[in-house]
Structure formats: structure tokens, C-alpha cells
Write a protein that binds this ligand. Structure first.
Ligand code: GLA
Length: 371
């Protein structure tokens, strides 16, 4: 392969169908990769530097790969730089590169624009350096870039599906073993994403707080139950039996995670037998649990879900992603797409005065090189 030619890589954002806040509890998730992507154009440089240009921000950033003091600066470049730092730390020696990045995943809306940027950059840097890195390792390295370099304690879901997603398929992932199954989505339904256009400022601190509450739950339960290293290892019966001594908030956080894991597995079975009614009920239960037990929904998300649930042809509706604003995901019969779009837009705008963005999506392939 000619290493000196310009190459282009694409990595998608994602929507999560069910399994929220379970990934960092070693649990189950069911996302799909979206037909919204981030593109990275890469070409080699003589010096061991990265010259990174973001088309979205109209901004260039340069780093020296041999600088031992690279650290986050709370800007877009933290994601690509973090990926380079983690690749190097894992022993993958990088060649200098010029990178040009263009993203079309709506930023800050819970559709994983950051994971798309990380994964597209990782693929570009690896290819530009003529390295071979296994896709599972790449997903873990991108997650580490976000955990260690950027400082957000995210789970593995977003980076994993951005690499392993497949057209017209949902991906049922076991976040402990990283084993997964691709489940076909029926042809006669659409994934419709509704953007509330609201993002609450507390999102990242509240996310880390939820993780700490789950860890507190595990610490308590591990004292009384054998072989518990994550909430994944606890059944609802056992949680109920050992609830005394657990702080009420921590108890409800644990209840969400444990019941959500069970819902993902049931949703997988429902999808396999084509039972969209059941799948939709599980989405509704997931939303209620996120709203009441995990407390990561928002007024706007609740309203968007309530509006959707009243419309004919809607199998299921729930918030998707980390929460505190962002988007809802809706499973809608293809015969009712236009009615859905119109009614959600009108009612949401009438009540909130905000104009929602509505994306009619299909599940897409994971990261790839574009020619
Ligand atoms: C964010 C994180 C994911 C996951 C979700 C909640 O998207 O990046 O790892 O934890 O929140 O399910």
C-alpha cells in the first residue's frame, strides 16, 4: 500500500435503542450506528507532529508527539490528541500526520459526536502509521482517551458500536466480555430521533456522580453477596433482599441498572421474534426507570416521549444517551413517519417554544476507509 497517499476514514455516531447507563456497570446495551458520521482525511508528515484542522470549528491545532506533557485543554482537539496519546501509551508508535476533520453528528445532542471523532481519528492514525490494531483494542483505546485524557468516565458503548455497527442491525453488546450479536431491524420500521435542542449544563458532573453511586452500591452488596464485582452480578431479588443499609438514592440507582440489564436481554429476544409491541413496552419501561430511579431525564425529554407515545404507529419512545437533554429515540411504523414528524414538531414547539430537529435514520455500518 502506498503510505504517502491521502486517505479518508469515516466513523459514525450512534443511537442507543435500550440499555442506558448499563455499560459502565459491566451490563448490556443495544445501540445502532447512525448514518451521521465524522470524516478524517489523513496524510503523513516528516516530523513526529500532528497538525489537526477542524472544518466545523475553522480551527487548527498542532502537537508534538514527543512532548511528554500533552494534556487536555477543554477544546475539540482533546479528542484526537487524546486518541494519539493513548495509542502511543499502548506501544503503537505513530508517524506524524496532517489531519482534517469534518463532523456531521450533531454536537452535544447525545448521539456520540465525540466517539465518532475519536474512532475516525484512531483509524486514520493507525493506517497512516502502517500499523494493524484489532478493532476491540481500538474501541478500548478510544474509551481510554475519553476517560484518562479528556476526563469523562464514559463506558465502552459509543466507541464500540462506532467500530462494529452494521447496516440495518442493532448491536446487542455484553460490556463485560465484549461479545456481541447483530440483530436485524425490521424493514417496515424507522428509527426516528427527536432532538429536544436542550443540553443541561450539569450533564458531565451528574454522569460521574451516577457512576460513583453505582460503585457505592457495588461496595455495599459485595460485602453481603459472593462474587459481586459489578451491578451486572446482582439480580433484582438479591437487591431487594439486601436493600436494608443501602441509601435510598443508591438503592434506586442500582434498581435501574439491574432492571435495565434484564430489559435489554428481553428486548433482544423480542426483536429476534419480530415482536415490536413488546420491544416498545420495554422502551417505555426503560424511560420510566431512567426518569424516576436514575433521574437522568429532563422535562423536555419527558414531554417529547409523552407526545410520541400518543401517536399512531409508534411502537416505542424513550430518551437515549446520557440524558439531561439531548435526544429521544422512537421506533415508528414506516407508514406513519410523516404524521409522526408533523405532530411531534408542532406539539413540542407549541409547549416549549423550541423548534425540535427530527432525524429519520437508518442503522449504518461502523468505521471504514472511504475511497
Ligand atoms: C454516554 C456514555 C456511554 C453510556 C451512556 C449512557 O453516552 O458515553 O458510555 O454510559 O452515556 O448509557
Amino acid at each position: 500500500m502506498n503510505a504517502d497517499k491521502v486517505r479518508i476514514f469515516r466513523a459514525p455516531g450512534r443511537v442507543n435503542l435500550i440499555g442506558e447507563h448499563t455499560d459502565y456497570n459491566d451490563g448490556f446495551v443495544m445501540p445502532a450506528a447512525l448514518d451521521f458520521s465524522t470524516w478524517v482525511k489523513v496524510s503523513p508528515l516528516e516530523e513526529r507532529k500532528l497538525k489537526i484542522f477542524s472544518e466545523n470549528y475553522g480551527d487548527e491545532f498542532e502537537v508534538d508527539l514527543d512532548d511528554p506533557n500533552l494534556s487536555a485543554r477543554r477544546r475539540w482537539s482533546d479528542y484526537p490528541v487524546g486518541v494519539a496519546v493513548e495509542l502511543e501509551k499502548a506501544g503503537h508508535r505513530l508517524r506524524g500526520a496532517r489531519l482534517q476533520i469534518r463532523g456531521e453528528v450533531p454536537i452535544g445532542s447525545g448521539l456520540s459526536s465525540s466517539a465518532a471523532m475519536e474512532v475516525a481519528t484512531a483509524c486514520a492514525l493507525v493506517a497512516n502509521s502502517e500499523l494493524e490494531v484489532d478493532r476491540r483494542e481500538l474501541a478500548l483505546l478510544c474509551q481510554r482517551a475519553e476517560n484518562e485524557f479528556v476526563g469523562a468516565r464514559v463506558g465502552i458503548m459509543d466507541q464500540f458500536v462506532s467500530l462494529f455497527g452494521q447496516e440495518q442491525k442493532a448491536l446487542l453488546l455484553d460490556c463485560r466480555s465484549l461479545e456481541f450479536r447483530l440483530l436485524p431491524l425490521p424493514d417496515n420500521v424507522r428509527l426516528i430521533i427527536c432532538n429536544t435542542m436542550v443540553k443541561h449544563a450539569l450533564a458531565s458532573s451528574a454522569y460521574n456522580e451516577r457512576r460513583a453511586q453505582c460503585e457505592a452500591g457495588v461496595k455495599h452488596l459485595a460485602k453481603v453477596l459472593p462474587n459481586v464485582t459489578a451491578l451486572r452480578d446482582v439480580t433484582i431479588e438479591r437487591l431487594e433482599a439486601h436493600a436494608s443499609g443501602l441509601d435510598d438514592v443508591v438503592y434506586r440507582r442500582c434498581r435501574h441498572v439491574i432492571t435495565e440489564n434484564a430489559r435489554v436481554l428481553s428486548a433482544g429476544e423480542a426483536l429476534e421474534r419480530g415482536d415490536l409491541e413488546r420491544f416498545g413496552e420495554l422502551m417505555a419501561e426503560s424511560h420510566r426507570s431512567l426518569r424516576d430511579d436514575y433521574e437522568v431525564s429532563s422535562e423536555e425529554l419527558d414531554l417529547m416521549v409523552e407526545i410520541a407515545q400518543k401517536i399512531d404507529g409508534v411502537y416505542g419512545a424513550r430518551m437515549t444517551g446520557g440524558g439531561f437533554g439531548g435526544c429521544t429515540v422512537n421506533l415508528v411504523a414506516d407508514t406513519h413517519v410523516n404524521e409522526f414528524k408533523q405532530r411531534v414538531s408542532e406539539e413540542y414547539e407549541r409547549i416549549t417554544t423550541l423548534k425540535p430537529e427530527i432525524y429519520i435514520c437508518t442503522a449504518a455500518n461502523g468505521a471504514e476507509e472511504i475511497f
